[in-house]
Design a protein around this ligand. Structure first.
Ligand code: AN7
Length: 353
C-alpha cells in the first residue's frame, strides 16, 4: 500500500486486483479508500479484540465510493453518456459526486420519503436529477434496470454493475494489510447484499495470494423488519429506522448466501432498538459517529457474543459503512438541543456540569 500522503485512490492503488476493469480505463478518484481501522475502546466488552473499519471517512461519507470510483472509471472507458442508479441514499450521493467529477449527468431513482436528509443534500448539491419513486428501493431498482435496457447510452452504477463489487472488495484487502492477518470474524450490515459479497471475494483473494492464512467468518447483520437473508424469502414491505438497509429483495442475495456459507458465517437480524442502542454507544462511548445502518454491525456482533457464536478472545472487525452526518434528523435525537445561556462568564460557569 502507498504511504500516507500519496494515496492515489482505489483504481490506481488496486488496478491489478480489479480484473473486470478494461485496461485503458482512467483512474477517476476523489481519494476514496485507505480508510482507518480504529480499535474499539469499550465495544468489545473486554471479551474480544474488536476493530472498526471506518468507511465514513470516504469522500462522500460511505463505502460506496470504492465501487463508484471503479464503476464510473469503467463507464468513461465504455463511452457512457450518463449515469443512473436506484438508491436508499448512499449510492445516490456517491454517484452524484463521481458523476460530477467525470462530467457526466446523473439520474437517481430514490424511494420517495425514505432517504435520509444528508444523502439527499449531497445528491442535490452535486447537481444530480432526483426521481422520487413509489414502492421502496426494490421497486426503484427494478424500474432502473428496465429503463436502462431502453437507454444503452447510460451506465447503471448499482451493485448489479460488476465493477461496483470489484471496487468494494478492496476494503477486505485493506483490513488484512492493516491487521497483518485476517480477522476471525467480519461483522457487516446487509441490505442489497453487495458489500458482504465483495468482502468475501476480497478475503478469498488475500488467502489465495498467501497474505492471510484463513477466510474470516462473515457475520451479515440485517434489520429485523428487512431481513430477507435471515428469513430465506423476500420481504414485501421492509421497514426499519436504518433506511440505508430498508431492502426486501437483495440483488446480490444469492452471491451473498454463497459467500457466507463458504466462510462458515451467519446471517442474523437485530431489532431497531438494538440498532439505535449500538448507534448511541458508537457515538458516545467510542467517538465514532456512524449512521444507524452501520451500527447494525455492532448490534449483531453483540448478539453473536451473547449467544456464544463469536468466541471469547476472537479478533473481530466490524464495518462502519457510513457517516452519522448522513442522517442528521436521527442524530439530534441522541442529545439535547442547545440551552440558551447569557454570553457572560458567570452564566456559562453556572451552566457547567
Ligand atoms: C450505510 O445506497 O443500498 O448490502 O442504495 O448505505 O451492499 O447493500 C446502501 C446500502 C450498509 C448495505 N450500510 O450494503 C444504497 C444502498 C450503509 C448503506 C448498506 C448500505 P449492501
Amino acid at each position: 500500500m502507498n504511504p500516507p500522503g500519496r494515496w492515489p485512490g482505489i483504481v490506481a492503488a488496486f488496478r491489478h486486483e480489479l480484473g473486470l476493469l478494461p485496461a485503458g480505463a482512467p483512474a477517476l478518484s476523489l481519494g476514496e479508500g485507505n480508510t482507518p481501522l480504529v480499535p474499539a475502546r469499550r465495544a468489545g466488552r473486554g471479551q474480544i479484540d474488536l476493530h472498526f473499519k471506518w468507511e465514513g471517512s470516504n469522500p462522500t461519507g460511505s463505502f460506496k465510493d470504492r465501487g463508484m470510483a471503479v464503476a464510473v472509471s469503467g463507464a468513461i472507458a465504455a463511452g457512457a453518456r450518463g449515469l443512473i442508479c436506484a438508491s436508499t441514499g448512499n449510492t445516490a450521493a456517491s454517484a452524484a459526486a463521481y458523476g460530477a467529477r467525470a462530467g457526466l449527468p446523473v439520474t437517481l431513482a430514490i424511494p420517495a420519503g425514505h432517504v435520509a436528509q444528508g444523502k439527499l443534500a449531497q445528491a442535490v448539491a452535486c447537481g444530480a436529477v432526483l426521481l422520487g419513486l413509489d414502492g421502496g428501493f426494490d421497486a426503484a431498482l427494478a424500474a432502473v434496470r428496465e429503463a436502462a435496457a431502453l437507454r444503452p447510452d447510460l451506465a447503471v452504477v448499482n451493485s448489479v454493475n460488476p465493477l461496483r463489487l470489484e471496487g468494494q472488495k478492496t476494503a477486505a484487502h485493506e483490513v488484512v494489510a492493516q491487521l497483518g492477518r485476517a480477522p476471525d470474524w467480519l461483522a457487516i450490515p446487509v441490505g442489497n447484499a453487495g458489500n458482504i459479497t465483495a468482502y468475501g471475494r476480497g478475503f478469498d483473494e488475500c488467502r489465495a495470494a498467501g497474505r492471510a492464512a484463513a477466510q474470516p467468518r462473515l457475520l451479515g447483520v440485517q434489520a429485523a423488519g428487512a431481513a430477507p437473508m435471515v428469513r430465506g424469502a423476500p420481504v414485501d414491505a421492509p421497514e426499519t429506522v436504518a433506511t440505508a438497509i430498508r431492502i426486501g429483495r437483495p440483488a446480490s442475495g444469492d452471491l451473498a448466501r454463497a459467500a457466507v456459507a463458504a466462510s462458515d458465517g451467519r446471517f442474523l437480524a437485530v431489532s431497531d432498538d438494538e440498532i439505535l442502542a449500538a448507534y448511541r454507544f458508537l457515538a458516545q462511548e467510542e467517538g465514532l459517529f456512524a449512521e444507524p445502518a452501520s451500527a447494525a454491525s455492532l448490534a449483531g456482533l453483540w448478539r453473536a457474543l451473547e449467544s456464544g457464536l463469536v468466541a471469547q478472545g476472537a479478533t473481530v472487525v466490524a464495518v462502519l459503512t457510513g457517516h452519522g452526518l448522513k442522517d442528521p434528523e436521527r442524530a439530534v435525537t441522541l442529545g439535547a438541543a442547545p440551552r440558551p445561556v447569557a454570553a457572560t462568564g458567570a452564566a456559562v460557569a453556572a451552566a457547567l456540569p
